[in-house]
Design a protein around this ligand. Structure first.
Ligand SMILES: Cc1cc2nc3c(=O)[nH]c(=O)nc-3n(C[C@H](O)[C@H](O)[C@H](O)COP(=O)(O)OP(=O)(O)OC[C@H]3O[C@@H](n4cnc5c(N)ncnc54)[C@H](O)[C@@H]3O)c2cc1C
Length: 386
């Protein structure tokens, strides 16, 4: 099914203009919600990115691939898991089941071109304030203005670098461009969820020894939710002979400190065991997320994530929305594309209604494709992932 709704034409760059919506971040969330705005009939919007379209994906280590498979299931009404727009299938257009980050970034660029989304790249938003009902977004060269803002700046560019003494001595996996060329033959990885196991797999494939530490036991979890347990693609790779012969897994082993003594890194667990390596330990401890950057515009939940209305709008600053993996409602976590895309329609509909745009046809189309999830009451956490 294709929507019959037209994409907007590109906006002239004009700093005095007050847009109906500015979206910060041209990753999967920003591009996806921009397409939803176009579909619902909003014409005055702008997508801005500090870098280029899909730049977080382009920065993934070159060997890293999507764990969620793409499949051209759209023809039977089931949206490709990695799709961010109805009628679109990365599997169909790219003929790749598990894209690399750079392949997916190209896909996002194709969508920006196809939908003619108005975009300003190399525009870093440094501050957002709301005065007299208008948001002011301060960038290096200008102040952009909008009635509504959608924050979609993601997590990847805001890694978690703390957590124990000496964590600054480690190297976060988000800064590795290539595991194959990483010098060294004996690695310690702190964090054993997807990024940690991915790093271990690529290092083991090139015959390096790896020890992976995690405070929990991600590889032992029984949940069917990939937010909790490892993905099937990951379990498959853990059965590779190079992984089995080169990787040691230490579950339930929180790290208390890392020290550098005579050019050797000493990693100490909370129960006092010490492990040594000449190579800089890799930190795969996740991301603090960009929502911390806009914490003044949202009330905060007990777990530190922004508190959102049923429309994913700030409960304290009307017109300020959040899209992407930091969206949380009760115990529901929208950290994967196939989860958070379900809220694009909600945000687009909410803003369109506030602008007096009729949304019935849009809501029906989006609901039909699982892109308008407005009723969470019937779902347990795992229901969102099925
Ligand atoms: C290694 C790895 C593997 C993953 N695998 C999968 C997977 O298989 N399936 C899946 O669904 N998810 C996966 N994820 C998660 C997925 O990458 C994220 O859900 C997704 O990138 C989030 O998209 P986003 O648009 O929110 O953020 P991003 O892709 O990070 O996009 C945010 C954009 O905002 C821009 N930006 C940031 N700050 C500013 C600012 N101040 N001003 C202007 N622009 C700004 C950035 O340049 C960036 O382009 C993976 C993540 C990682 C790290």
């Amino acid at each position: 099914m294709q929507t019959s709704l037209d994409a907007p034409s590109s906006e002239e760059e004009n700093d005095s203009q007050v847009y109906d919506v500015i979206i910060v971040g041209a990753g999967a969330a920003g591009v996806g919600v921009a397409i939803s705005l176009a579909h619902v009939g909003i014409e005055s919007f702008l997508l801005v990115d500090r870098d280029t379209v899909g730049s977080s994906f382009s920065s993934w280590p070159k060997e890293t691939r999507f764990i969620t498979p793409s499949f051209p299931s759209n023809s039977i009404g089931m949206l490709d898991l990695n799709s961010i727009a109805i009628g679109i299938s990365p599997a169909f257009s790219m003929k790749i089941e598990h894209p690399t980050g750079s392949e997916y970034a190209s896909h996002l660029q194709d969508l920006v071109d196809y939908f003619e989304l108005p975009i300003r790249e190399n525009t870093d938003v440094k501050e957002i304030q709301k005065h007299d009902e208008i948001f002011h977004l301060e960038t290096e060269n200008s102040i952009l203005k909008a009635k509504n803002v959608i924050w979609a700046a993601g997590e990847f560019q805001y890694p978690r670098l703390t957590g124990f003494d000496g964590s600054e001595l480690c190297r976060h996996t988000a800064t590795v461009s290539d595991y194959t060329d990483l010098p060294g033959d004996d690695f310690i990885i702190i964090g054993g969820y997807e990024s940690g196991i991915d790093a271990a797999y690529h290092l083991a494939r090139t015959n390096r020894k790896v020890r992976v530490f995690d405070k929990n036991s991600p590889w032992g979890e029984g949940s069917s939710d990939p937010s909790i347990s490892l993905a099937t693609f990951t379990f498959e790779r853990m059965r590779d002979t190079s992984f089995e012969s080169n990787v040691e897994l230490y579950n339930d082993n929180p790290i208390s400190s890392v020290r550098l003594i005579n050019d050797v890194y000493e990693v100490k667990t909370e129960d006092g065991k010490k492990f040594r390596s000449k190579e800089q330990p890799l930190l795969a401890s996740g991301f603090i997320g960009s929502h911390k950057f806009v914490s003044h515009l949202f009330d905060e939940r007990d777990d530190g994530f922004p508190l959102l209305s049923e429309q994913d709008e700030s409960t304290i600053i009307p017109g300020m929305y959040l899209c992407g993996p930091s969206v949380r409602h009760d115990n529901h976590d929208f950290c994967f594309i196939y989860k958070y895309r379900q809220r694009f329609g909600i945000v687009a509909q909410s803003i369109a209604s506030s602008l007096g745009i009729e949304t019935d046809e849009f809501v029906e189309a989006y609901r039909g494709w699982g892109m308008y999830l407005d009723d969470l009451s019937c779902c347990g956490q795992e229901c969102l992932t099925c």
